[in-house]
Design a protein around this ligand. Structure first.
Ligand code: G4P
Length: 536
């Protein structure tokens, strides 16, 4: 095996998807604890103060107590290099989650045992499913009252339309959670409560179902219940089929408690064993790039500006797709057609940033970005000059006209708007002939507008005047007859604007108005996204 093949085989890059409060922050922290990246998981009190210290950077997140942007964390466990892509739980930032999932090879779906599949779980599940990512399920908070595990299994299968195979089955529910039965290894692991409230790694005892010691530790009732459950699962449940897991059609299920650490390490081990190593990636021309290709390639999936207010820096996060990255490397940037030196490459271990000397496929590195990179940009070795498939654009649903409050601050205002649109925080449109004087911003979630206002003021020192527009639907317009566009411009209940690549886009109030436009303008073609992927 070459160095590259060895490193690829031991890398895992995944995202945790969940509804807010299911325990993503806690689980991430516990994975870091097992990975040795942090030594003592915060006590409940310390955690409150530090709740966002590990993975959240922006001031606004602290204020709001929600994870607005995604971050990347890395740790080593059992010879594996693990990259966790954190995703914002709030639905207004699902666009950011979508882009983050582009960089993942698998997803962990985290579910609160008392609440089951919640709205945001469902939404994020579909995003991951559409990418055919293998999805692993961790049912959390087993330390307290939860729904029956059979019910939860059923709910996942019905609501998400995916088969579920519990690998670990909980022993003792409703606050009496004592351990798990592993259905593949046919072993029982009983956890030992150590009074540390989950701040330390857990001790456990392992044995088989017919081990008298285990039987005694469990007691007659729990033992019988477990035997009945196993029989029922084996009779009525699906077979374990790794092929279906890889295709994202069967989700392996685990039960545990991130708070007490019960079930966390067993899950981590099995997840690392079963989840895919860095996968081949598709290029725009339909070709595939294999991770083992010796030539370096990567794409930008996230841009984070001003992570450190003292430095006003901008960092582009890229996922390495093939070859080896070496510090100080100069690569070809497909979108500008120019060579770029990747400066100050960094990786993120818990709170610390470290300089990267070498990185491999599956790894995420953040590089200093002088303002040249955009979301979805491709970087590669001069020999390759690849362009990866385009990132999907979410059609915006909320629109506002924005202007600087103080016209003397126009420069800062424009810079802010343009940089935030490069980052993918907003989409920007303008009306023909009006140039940059009046921007129209489009977003998917309400909160994005608040973030825009906050960031322009705090990072660019420009206050905004924002006027909401009554539109709710945007479509990119394709027509051979240019006069159609003139006609659209004159409509009362619609607005014709241009996107940043000067492509015409029509904004209308609702789907009904959209049909009206289509009926009255034969030959016109409207698309949900600019790259012709999805047609209306
Ligand atoms: P999120 O990132 O998905 O939003 O969830 P987070 O980890 O912040 O957890 C949300 C709440 O659920 C927290 O309680 C956390 O302690 C609790 N929690 C997480 N995992 C478990 C678990 O396995 N069992 C139980 N019983 N609770 C769990 P909080 O009161 O909001 O905050 P805190 O005071 O604990 O910091």
């Amino acid at each position: 095996m070459t160095e590259l093949q060895e490193k690829i085989a031991k890398r895992r890059t995944f995202a945790i998807i969940s509804h807010p409060d299911a325990g993503k922050t806690t689980l991430t922290e516990k994975l870091l604890l097992y990975g040795g990246a942090i030594h003592l998981a915060g006590s409940v009190k310390a955690r409150k103060a530090n709740k966002h210290a590990v993975s959240d950077w922006m001031e606004i997140e602290k204020q709001r107590g929600i994870s607005v942007t995604s971050s990347v964390l890395q740790f080593d466990y059992d010879g594996y290099r693990v990259n966790i892509l954190d995703t914002p739980g709030h639905q207004d930032f699902s666009e950011d989650t979508y882009r983050t999932l582009m960089a993942a090879d698998s997803a962990v779906m985290l579910i609160d045992a008392a609440k089951g599949v919640e709205p945001q779980t469902k939404k994020l599940f579909w995003v991951a499913h559409r990418r055919h990512l293998p999805i692993f399920t961790f049912v959390n908070k087993l330390d307290r009252y939860g729904r029956n595990p059979f019910d939860l299994m059923d709910e996942i299968e019905k609501l998400l339309n995916i088969r579920a195979f519990p690998i670990d089955w909980p022993i003792g529910i409703d606050g009496h959670y004592q351990g798990v039965y592993n259905r593949l290894a046919k072993t029982i692991e009983l956890f030992e409560e150590d009074g540390s409230h989950g701040s330390k790694k857990l001790q456990s005892t392992t044995g088989t179902l017919d081990d008298p010691k285990i039987k005694e530790m469990l007691g007659e009732e729990l033992y019988q219940n477990l035997c009945n459950d196993i029989e029922l699962l084996d009779m009525a449940g699906d077979e374990f089929n790794m092929d279906l897991v890889t295709k994202g059609e069967l989700t392996p299920m685990f039960f545990g408690s991130a708070m007490t650490n019960f079930g966390v390490e067993g899950f981590l081990k099995k997840f690392l064993e079963l989840s895919p190593e860095p996968q081949p990636r598709e290029l725009l021309d339909g070709n595939i790039i294999e991770p083992e290709n010796e030539s370096f390639s990567a794409f930008v999936f996230k841009i984070q500006a001003n992570m450190n207010p003292a430095h006003r820096d901008r960092i582009s996060f890229m996922r390495i797709c093939s070859g080896i990255f070496d510090k100080g490397m100069t690569v070809y940037h497909t979108q500008s057609g120019k060579p770029v030196k990747l400066a100050q490459p960094q990786q993120f271990m818990a709170q610390e940033r470290t300089i990267v000397e070498r990185a491999y496929p599956g790894d995420i590195i953040g590089v200093f970005d002088p303002g040249i990179f955009g979301i979805g940009d491709s970087l590669s070795n001069e020999k390759l000059k690849v362009q990866f498939e385009e990132f999907p654009v979410f059609p915006p649903e909320i629109f506002a006209r924005v202007q600087p409050k103080d016209s003397l601050k126009r420069k800062q205002f424009e810079k802010g708007i343009l940089q935030l649109s490069q980052e993918g925080a907003i989409q920007v449109f303008h009306q023909e002939g009006m140039g940059m004087e009046s921007f129209i911003v489009g977003v998917v979630g309400e909160l994005q507008l608040e973030v825009l206002e906050y960031r322009l003021e705090n990072e660019y020192n420009a206050q905004l005047v924002m006027t909401r527009l009554p539109y709710g639907v945007a479509r990119w317009v394709y027509t051979d007859k240019l006069e159609t566009l003139d006609h659209l411009k004159g409509m009362d209940n619609a607005m014709l604007v241009l996107d940043k690549k000067e492509r015409p886009v029509i904004l209308v109030n609702n789907e009904w108005a959209l049909n009206w436009v289509v009926e009255r303008n034969p030959g016109i073609e409207l698309t949900i996204v600019p790259n012709d992927v999805a047609r209306v």
